[in-house]
Structures are given as structure tokens and as C-alpha cells.
Design a protein around this ligand. Structure first.
Ligand code: PEP
Length: 253
């Protein structure tokens, strides 16, 4: 049986206290789609207020530090995220791999720290355009996945992998469905090889310019178990059609 679809938003560096009302709208609207898991990963400054405003709705962080505490100015630890009310966190987003020069090893340590505190993890992998044009996308992404998976055994409910081709993030460009299918099948095979049965059931999300117009088609691609959504997750009006498309795909399955 296909896993439940997960549609997660990534607000990046967007959102002030006035935007809690938008989170409330998204949480309320999500109740109409009980067959889909919906989550919002938001700036650390908003997590506590959001978690209080929408109890029962999955609010998460966008990143986490690998250490429990210490001299790491400006960083947020997994216990801090949990304390604020987060249930999950993204790790390894390409914007952090690029701007903060995060290595696969660091991403793996972050995932390990988050899981150790009971947070679910969305682990991002994806190739840059040059790599795709060179025909090296599969090898690159699988190597990233190998290096970024946490060292401890992990259950299917605790970790999701998000395939996010870097060239598709925030650009309006989306790979062809057969390119997504090829990559997701390769990720599935590697997850099964590494994690056995959990790898079979683990969710693989697609991320990169997903919106209300293209989500339905993307969700029909084999091994696409949901989406990680940036720009279109900032408002209920843009985000909910994606959740509705996931629900419709689940209904037809
Ligand atoms: C993202 O940043 O994870 C993302 C997928 O962004 P967008 O949907 O805006 O391309």
C-alpha cells in the first residue's frame, strides 16, 4: 500500500507574528483532508506561537543544529525546537548546503540529533543544473543520500526524503514527470538497500516549484509520496490546492 501523502510547506525567511493567522487558516483548511499529512516548517521565531495557535497541527523547523547545546551563536538545537512545540524539521535544504556550505556529514548529524529528540525529519537532496546537464544527476543525488542518511536505524514514519532539484527551486521550472519518476525510483531502491522494509515505506517527496496547477500531475508519478513546497506554502489560497490534489490522488489510489 502506498504511504499517506505528506505535503509540507517551507516558509524559509518569511513570516512575522501577523502571519500566524495564515497558519491558522492552513491548519483549519487541512482538516478537510484527513487522508493527507500536512505540515508547515517555519522560522524558529514563530514556532512557539504557531504551535500554541494550532495545537494538533504539525509545525516544524527549517533546520537544526547537530549539537544539543553549546557555543553555537545563532543556531537552534533539536531540544529547543521540541521545547518550542515543533514536531519535525527539515535538514539539508539546498539553500543551506549552498550558503552555509553544509556537508552531507553535517546533514547526517543534524538528522541524527533531531530523530534522537523525537522530531520527524525531512531530509533534502538534489542536484544543480550543471550536474543534470552532465548526466550525473542520479549518481550525485544517491551519493548525497548515502552521506546524509542518519547513522541510526530509522523508521518510515520518522524520516522523509525530499528530492529537490536545485534548479527547480523557486524558478518555476519543473523536471519532466519521467525525470522525477527515474530519480524517485533510484532513491526508493537505495532506501530499500540501506533500510530494508522501512525504506520500502518511507515517503519520498518532490520539491521544486510545486503549485496548485502542477501538483495533481506530479502526485501521479510513481514513488512521489508528497511534496515539499516553498513559495506556494505561504498562503492558504496557494497551498490548499496542493493539499487537495494530494487528497484526490489518495482517493483514487
Ligand atoms: C523549497 O524551497 O524547498 C521549495 C521547493 O521552494 P519552491 O516551492 O518555491 O520552489
Amino acid at each position: 500500500m502506498a504511504p499517506r501523502k505528506l505535503v509540507a510547506g517551507n516558509w524559509k525567511m518569511h513570516g512575522l507574528s501577523g502571519d500566524i493567522a495564515e497558519i491558522e487558516r492552513i491548519a483549519a483548511a487541512s482538516r478537510a483532508y484527513p487522508q493527507v499529512d500536512v505540515a508547515l516548517c517555519i522560522p524558529a521565531t514563530l514556532i512557539e506561537r504557531a504551535a500554541r495557535a494550532v495545537p494538533g497541527f504539525a509545525v516544524g523547523g527549517e533546520d537544526v543544529h547537530a549539537a544539543e547545546k553549546g557555543a553555537h551563536t545563532g543556531c537552534t538545537s533539536a531540544p529547543m525546537l521540541v521545547d518550542a512545540g515543533a514536531r519535525l524539521t527539515i535538514v539539508g535544504h539546498s539553500e543551506r548546503r549552498d550558503a552555509q556550505r553544509e556537508s552531507d556529514f553535517e546533514v547526517s548529524a543534524k538528522a541524527d540529533a533531531a530523530l534522537g529528540c523525537g522530531l520527524a525529519v525531512i531530509l533534502c537532496v538534489g542536484e544543480i543544473l550543471e550536474v543534470r546537464e552532465q548526466g550525473a544527476a542520479l549518481d550525485t543525488v544517491l551519493a548525497q543520500l548515502d552521506g546524509s542518511l542518519p547513522p541510526q536505524p530509522v523508521g518510515a514514519a520518522e524520516l522523509a526524503v525530499a528530492y529537490e532539484p536545485v534548479w527547480a527551486i523557486g524558478t518555476g521550472k519543473v523536471p519532466a514527470c519521467d525525470e522525477i519518476a527515474e530519480m524517485h525510483a533510484a532513491i526508493r531502491a537505495r532506501l530499500v538497500e540501506r533500510l530494508g522494509d522501512s525504506g520500502e515505506r518511507m515517503r519520498i517527496l518532490y520539491g521544486g516549484s510545486v503549485n496548485g496547477s502542477n501538483a495533481a500531475e506530479i502526485f501521479t508519478v510513481p514513488n512521489v509520496d508528497g511534496a515539499l513546497v516553498g513559495g506556494a506554502s505561504l498562503t492558504a489560497s496557494a497551498f490548499m490546492p496542493i493539499v487537495a490534489a494530494a487528497a484526490e490522488t489518495a482517493r483514487r489510489a
